[in-house]
Design a protein around this ligand. Structure first.
Ligand SMILES: Nc1ncnc2c1ncn2[C@@H]1O[C@H](COP(=O)(O)OP(=O)(O)O)[C@@H](O)[C@H]1O
Ligand SMILES: [Mg+2]
Length: 267
């Protein structure tokens, strides 16, 4: 079985790319074969995963029809750079413009357990391409006053993709990200999402910490840099695998959690 998951939100700065980076890392440590796809012309995921910025071809070349998808996979990631912005403009006038990524990933799917797509910070054509190419959508919502509105807008785009182009698309979950549950606005964001979306909202939130920016800067995984914080993402990863029905890998993720607990690590 192979599942493709688009990670999206209605705007930038909600922790999407950090989520894709960290989940990719956790799933790989649990022996899943994961392909990460950077679909943001800013190329943040490619940076995080330490791809050579000059490497070609990239996802922009694939969407522009200049390269075969398999050629664009570099050590488990299809990277992006500014050529993706050009490719997006070019796609705009084409028939089947929403289907390009789906076509590109079709031949690759068989080789991976999971494909994670990091969406750009808007709900435009690239995000629609990601949704049409995916089996599942995972929403990241920053724990702020407008979290609910952001999720509602993202859900409308998911609904459009489902109705018109990808009836099999499922909404996997929404995760409240960059949260400080000691503050009233984080707690209110959580409460309003829970009220509207019930168990689609993951119980576990991702705590806000400067350690995420630090670990990105130092090119060290948060799992090694701050295992205590990484417990949030490990829990989220476990719950996502449970929802995907992937029980064997879920147990391996659970054992990562045991390994990183302070008692076991002796920290
Ligand atoms: N849990 C977190 N706590 C604090 N800062 C975070 C957290 N997750 C990500 N960040 C930081 O917030 C910024 C935006 O994160 P990023 O993952 O790039 O979001 P997006 O892809 O949605 O734009 C980055 O500087 C990142 O290091
Ligand atoms: Mg991003």
């Amino acid at each position: 079985m192979s599942a493709t998951i688009a990670v999206l939100s209605q705007k930038g700065g909600t922790g999407k790319t950090t989520a894709v980076r960290t989940l990719t890392d956790i799933f790989r440590r649990s022996d899943l074969n994961v392909l990460a796809v950077d679909l943001d012309p800013q190329g943040n995921l490619s940076d995080y995963l330490d791809v050579d910025p000059e490497v070609t071809p990239t996802v922009g070349d694939v969407l522009a029809g200049r390269a075969e998808p398999v050629e664009a996979v570099h050590e488990g990631i299809i990277p992006a750079n500014l050529t993706l912005a050009e490719a997006e403009l070019m796609l705009g006038g084409k028939m089947g413009r929403e289907l390009m990524l789906r076509k590109a990933l079709q031949d690759l799917k068989g080789g991976y357990d999971l494909i994670l797509i990091d969406c750009p910070p808007s709900l435009g054509l690239l995000t629609v391409n990601a949704l049409v190419a995916s089996d599942y959508a995972l929403l990241s919502a920053e724990a702020q006053y407008f979290a609910l509105q952001g999720v509602q807008q993202a859900l409308e785009v998911i609904e459009l993709a489902r109705e018109n182009l990808n009836p099999g698309l499922e909404w996997l979950a929404v995760v409240l990200n960059i949260a400080d549950m000691r503050t009233r606005h984080s707690r209110e964001a959580f409460a309003s999402l829970r009220e509207h979306y019930g168990e689609k909202l993951l119980d576990r939130t991702i705590r806000a910490s400067i350690a995420y920016a630090e670990s990105a800067e130092r090119a060290v995984s948060i799992l090694d840099y701050r295992p205590d914080l990484a417990a949030d993402y490990i829990d989220v990863a476990e719950e996502l695998l449970r929802r995907l029905g992937l029980d064997e890998p879920r147990r391996r993720v659970a054992s990562l959690a045991a390994d990183s607990s302070p008692a076991r690590a002796g920290a």
